[in-house]
Design a protein around this ligand. Structure first.
Ligand code: GLU
Length: 439
């Protein structure tokens, strides 16, 4: 860490992600001198390679715009690089390196053969027209296409990149490469996409929460759930939690939180998709449309009294103060759905209070796992039914939960899911690296 801190001093998210993993795997690592001899940690924390490129495009006014594009190919020990693309003004190398690093362990946990990668751009989709988004995606792919491929690197969506963007990116890839392959996941259903992929991150997260609760003799039915965000992930989580009888009493946006005491229904859940599609990045209109809901400007989802907190937006969106507020309000479970959604301070509060806490790389792995299932279907030139994909997703989330319990249960019986997820993912990747020699 000392070496990394001086080498990458400005990259705070990347350093935070590495520190969290190193702290939790320390004792396992020390029991394996062969890892130390092969310098596994030093090799694991450096990406295999990083592509940085200029993306120039023309907006609707005819003005020329310039953004920066990236792809971080982090680790391919267990399969081709795999991970999403994030389009957001905050995107920089630190954020993409942290996301790529997390992705290595998350993908290993899915039990599918996928390495870790991440990419994106500082492009801001807010307020852009569909044609501007299309032109940007095309310009982005014009640069990226030579470095990806179905057996090399398979990008997908992340914040700011959903079905629409994947369509535009795929169209350009296909034109340049002259092949119709599974080079991206999250594709449309009629052209190689997998059923359940759009829902998978949120559904998988709720399946994981059910496993956490069942282990404690509880069930999600009747529980009050606070969800942050209103994008694809929050939508899937709200939909599945509601189906299973929970009350989703909060969703939020950068503008504030919607207090929704009656919970969700089909109309409200569909409206979340409409909000996302509007490219406005605000949640306030939800309260204009549904009069049982109230908009609280500037507030976070964590100000609302709930049993279960599910951060579904960005990294570090739940800090120590938020954790203390949740605990004071009686929250007894926090399942991180966003990548690194909780600050180290917040995690320490949850663990100190001995409430259930599980990290994003376990809870949100259903998304990339279903991407893995999409790759399998593409490679076999078949498509599975929604029931079949959902059944496989269930099985994968069950396995991830079991792995966390196996590696994370402490002598007093408390399950440290953070440690469990990191150790399970690390052991798999480290062993593969060892077996493949010094490369
Ligand atoms: N962006 C998602 C994640 O953080 C999905 C990645 C993928 O499907 O490749 O895992």
């Amino acid at each position: 860490m000392t070496r990394l801190r001086s080498k990458y001093s400005g990259e705070k998210e990347y350093l935070q992600a590495v520190q969290e993993v190193l702290e939790t795997i320390e004792d396992v690592y020390n029991r394996h001198p062969e890892f130390e001899e092969a310098r596994i940690i030093e090799r694991l924390v450096e990406p295999d390679r990083i592509f940085t490129f200029k993306v120039t495009w023309v907006d609707d006014n005819g003005d020329i715009q310039t953004n920066t594009g990236y792809r971080v190919q982090f680790n391919s020990a267990i399969g081709p690089y795999k991970g999403g693309l994030r389009f957001h003004p905050s995107v920089n190398l630190s954020i993409l390196k942290f996301l790529g690093f997390e992705q290595i362990f998350k993908n290993a946990l899915t039990t599918l053969p996928m390495g870790g990668g991440k990419g994106g751009s500082d492009f801001n989709p807010k307020g852009k027209s569909d044609s501007e988004i299309m032109r940007f995606c095309q310009a982005f792919m014009l640069e990226l296409w030579r470095n990806i491929g179905p057996d090399t690197d398979v990008p997908a969506g992340d914040v700011g990149v959903g079905g629409r963007e994947i369509g535009f990116l795929f169209g350009m890839y296909k034109k340049l490469a002259r092949e119709h392959t599974g080079v991206l996941t999250g594709k449309g259903i009629t052209w190689g996409g997998s059923l359940i992929r759009p829902e998978a991150t949120g559904y998988g997260a709720v399946y994981f929460v059910q496993h956490m609760l069942h282990l404690q003799g509880k069930d999600i039915r009747g529980m009050k759930v606070a969800v942050s965000g209103f994008g694809n992930v929050a939508w899937g989580a709200a939909k599945k939690a509601t189906q299973l009888g929970a009350h989703v009493i909060a969703i939020s946006g950068p503008d504030g939180v919607i207090y929704n005491p009656e919970g969700m229904n089909d109309e409200k859940i569909d409206y979340m998709l409409e909000l996302r599609r509007s490219n406005n990045d605000v949640v306030a209109p939800f309260a204009d449309r549904f009069h049982d809901a109230t908009f609280c400007p500037g507030k976070k989802a964590w100000s609302i009294k709930c049993d279960i907190a599910m951060p579904c937006a960005y990294q570090n969106e739940l800090n120590g103060d938020d954790a203390r507020e949740l605990l004071a309000n009686g929250t007894w479970c926090c399942a991180e759905v966003s990548n690194m959604g909780c600050t180290p301070d917040a995690i320490a509060e949850f663990q100190k209070a001995r409430i259930m806490f599980a990290p994003g790389k376990a809870v949100n792995a259903g998304g990339v796992a279903t991407s893995g299932l999409e790759m399998t279907q593409n490679a076999m030139h078949i498509s599975w039914s929604a029931e079949e994909v959902d059944k496989k997703l269930h099985g994968i989330m069950d396995n991830i939960h079991k792995a966390c319990v196996q590696y994370g249960t402490q002598p007093d019986g408390y399950v440290n899911y953070l440690k469990g997820a990191n150790v399970a993912g690390f052991m798999k990747v480290a062993t593969a690296m060892l077996e493949q020699g010094v490369i």
